[in-house]
Design a protein around this ligand. Structure first.
Ligand code: PBG
Length: 333
């Protein structure tokens, strides 16, 4: 339905744009710090912050530095931090055993953050790719990414994360049936309050490139992820995936990547009214941060504009590498 607009000059749509006061009054969407989840990369060692070349301003941190980052995030009012481990290639195997090692990097970082900064929510990633010598999110058997055996392993991985104290578990693997399996296992093991944020509509995207560098998965990856991640051409399929994951026990759903998929965010929010998140992924970050670094765009303005777009598209929150920078700007505003 196209709304009726009175003819000029009764309607001068510029009237409400003429001053900051009027623009503020008619503003439809606001970004606030409570909307942000900050993804951080964890590596081994102590007192290390190592730049990620393809993501200007982003570093891999040793666990002690991740704790400092969590303290900084909490002081800024950021509600959650999301951990991605850079795993030593020697610990990557076809059986991905490191994924459920109670003392793997992700679990050590979770325990350290929960001990030092109990109020910040810790989100962890469920998928085998950081631990898989094939670089895939699932087990590879004779060239095929096998679904059901992978789901069993994902359950072990998620339970080790819940035991370490994760508040939000984010399955990013795109296997079928994993949300139901994870929800059942969490209920059976006394983790009924652990929240599942499902990467429900995750597309096979070129925008993950810098992330795969950051976690050291690009060298390992054999082939691509198109047999489990979504075809960028599809939209209705996203609704079927979200419906399925909510029915299986997801508390919140995510669309990934973000900016090229704002139409999906809007459809998901309108259809389900569930807590809806978008992941502004590494390649989206790299485009903005890289252009800003070259002086081609105003980085701060482009960052805030891109984050506001997610609110306009109906998202309740955004995973973004810009979280601390955006939080600082919001604090000044
Ligand atoms: C893998 C995973 C990926 C990202 C988060 N979890 C990459 C992939 O699917 O290859 C990408 C995040 C980003 O690009 O910022 N389980």
């Amino acid at each position: 339905m196209t709304p009726t607009v009175a003819p000029f000059p009764a309607a001068r749509l510029r009237r409400t744009r003429q001053s900051p006061a009027l623009r503020g009054l008619v503003r439809e969407n606001v970004l606030c710090v409570q909307d942000l989840i900050w993804p951080v990369f964890v590596r081994d060692g102590e007192d290390v912050e190592e730049p990620v070349n393809s993501m200007p301003g982003v570093v891999r941190r040793s666990v002690d530095k991740v704790v400092e980052a969590a303290q900084e995030a909490a002081a800024l009012g950021i509600p959650a931090i999301c951990l991605f481990p850079y795993t030593d290639p020697a610990k990557k195997t076809p059986g991905c055993e490191e994924a459920w090692n109670p003392d793997n990097l992700s679990n050590r970082a979770t325990r350290a953050i929960k001990a030092a900064v109990p109020d910040i929510a810790v989100m962890t990633d469920v998928a085998l790719d950081p631990y898989n010598s094939d670089g895939h999110d699932g087990f590879v058997v004779e060239g095929e990414i096998v679904n059901d055996a992978t789901v069993k392993a994902l359950v072990k991985q998620a339970l080790s994360q819940a035991d370490a104290g994760a508040d939000i578990i984010g399955p990013s693997d795109m296997m079928d049936g994993r949300i139901g399996a994870l929800r059942r296992a969490l209920e059976e093991t006394g983790h009924s309050n652990v929240t599942l944020l499902s990467y429900a509509a995750k597309y096979a995207s070129a925008f993950y490139g810098p992330f795969r560098d950051a976690v050291g998965a690009s060298g390992a990856l054999k082939g691509d992820k198109t047999t489990y991640q979504m075809d960028p051409a599809n939209s209705d399929e996203a609704l079927r995936l979200v419906a399925r994951d909510l029915a299986e026990g997801a508390d919140m759903v995510m669309i990934k990547p973000g900016m090229p998929y704002l139409d999906i965010c809007r459809r998901v929010k309108d259809t389900f009214g569930a807590p809806t998140f978008a992941y502004q992924v590494s390649g989206e970050y790299a485009m903005i941060a890289g252009a800003a670094q070259n002086g081609w765009i105003d980085g701060d303005r482009a960052m805030m504009e891109s984050l506001l777009a997610f609110k306009r598209a109906g998202c309740d929150g955004i995973l973004t590498y810009f979280a601390p920078a955006a939080a600082r700007l919001l604090q000044q505003a």
